[in-house]
Design a protein around this ligand. Structure first.
Ligand SMILES: Cc1ncc(COP(=O)(O)O)c(C=O)c1O
Length: 371
């Protein structure tokens, strides 16, 4: 029987069940160890904390269950992205990146790939297929893109990029495996910042790489071992705990975002609203075809920097904070972080608050800036 989102969610909390001996704790024990008892031939046993840790194994097992693919954990989303770049690329390679995705991915390419002779080009997500993929060793998509929420057709990108001989990577941070399944759509690699909804409590940074290609998994694992960018066991333990409720949180956040996007669009203070789940959004038809849910991020414009700051700061059920995917609704004026967006552009991350109360707080704050 093939797995569905529900069947994956149902078995997620019971993954440890088969390995339990009588008297073992049901919740995951935290293994804080740099060294392990290792007399004689140590082959097959944990030896040193840069190579293995049973708390990582448990969180990677959960992520692998969700992705339906082997996963390797990292101490942040950027560490996962770096492992893909530095594990797979060599001097002379060319990479295609989104011009409108998370800014640090472009900065990593500019500051650290370029000096090693790895070149890169940028293309907007909404026209990512235009121009084809000839000459690229790696094609890296972020869909929906952060922060404008444009999307590209993962299946079409994977088919065309594979014909050109490229490896296809998708940053699935904004969607999680419950919202979109790039590997099932033909991508070779998923990278994700589990710092966001996967952990969900805004108290830890974490990332992972997922792939069904054993050579890719070996390359990023080797990078982790040699570069030493390993997740801390306590962080892994927190992410394990967060993942147990991802299905419930993500469901609430996406359902609320669908409702709030509709209402925001009709408010007189709001323009340029983007949400892939809204009929009429430029991304909607493709989103319906390739996404399982439409996500919890909504973006829109307010008249000015001052109005956007006032809206965020005055809303009683909203945190003024960067990042997204937490249980608390949060928002940020993205021009503040250097994104190429108007000064009043707001990225809203809808949290787990009951939707009517959340909308009342949002509407009250919008009414206040509308005068
Ligand atoms: C789409 C996307 N990818 C990757 C990252 C990097 O994740 P981290 O901050 O955990 O390194 C972020 C962070 O905001 C992001 O939004």
């Amino acid at each position: 029987m093939s797995e569905t989102a529900s069947s994956r969610a149902a078995s997620l909390a019971h993954l440890r069940r088969d390995g339990l001996a009588k008297g073992d704790p049901i919740p995951l024990p935290l293994t804080m160890a740099a060294i392990f008892h290792n007399p004689g031939d140590g082959a097959g046993y944990s030896q040193y904390g840069r190579y293995s840790n049973s708390t990582w194994d448990a969180v990677e097992h959960m992520l692998a269950h969700l992705e339906d693919a082997p996963c390797v954990g990292f101490p942040s989303g950027m560490a996962a992205i770096s492992a893909v770049f530095f594990g797979l690329l060599k001097s002379g390679d060319r990479v295609l990146l989104p011009s409108d995705g998370y800014h640090a991915t472009r900065a990593l390419a500019e500051r650290f790939l370029k000096p090693f002779g790895i070149t890169y080009d940028l293309r907007p997500t909404s026209t990512f297929l235009d121009g084809g993929f000839d000459g690229y060793r790696l094609v890296y998509a972020e869909t929906p893109s952060n922060p404008r929420l444009d999307i590209c057709d993962i299946t079409a990108v994977a088919e065309a990029a594979h014909r050109a001989g490229a490896t296809v990577v998708v940053d699935n941070t904004t969607m999680t495996p419950f919202g979109q399944r790039p590997l099932d759509l033909g991508a070779d690699v998923v990278v994700a910042a589990d710092t966001k909804a996967a952990n969900g409590h805004s108290d830890v940074l974490f990332g992972h790489v997922a792939s069904r290609n054993p050579e890719i998994i070996a390359a990023v694992t080797g990078w982790r071992e040699m570069a030493g960018g390993i997740p801390g066991p306590f962080e892994a333990w927190l992410v394990h705990r967060g993942l147990e409720t991802l299905d419930v949180r993500f469901d609430r956040m996406c359902s609320s975002a669908e409702e709030i996007a509709k209402r925001l669009k009709n408010h007189r203070a709001v323009s340029g609203l983007r949400y892939p789940g809204l009929e009429g959004d430029p991304s909607h038809n493709l989103a319906r075809a390739q996404m399982v849910r439409f996500g919890f991020l909504v973006s829109f414009e307010l008249a000015s920097e001052g109005k956007a700051e006032d809206f965020i700061n005055n809303c009683t059920l909203m945190q003024a904070a960067t990042s997204f995917g937490g249980v608390h609704t949060s928002a940020e004026r993205r021009a503040k972080r250097g994104d190429a967006v108007p000064p009043g552009f707001v990225r809203l991350s809808v949290g787990c608050e009951p939707v009517e109360e959340l909308w009342q707080a949002i509407e009250a704050s919008l009414d206040k800036i509308s005068g």
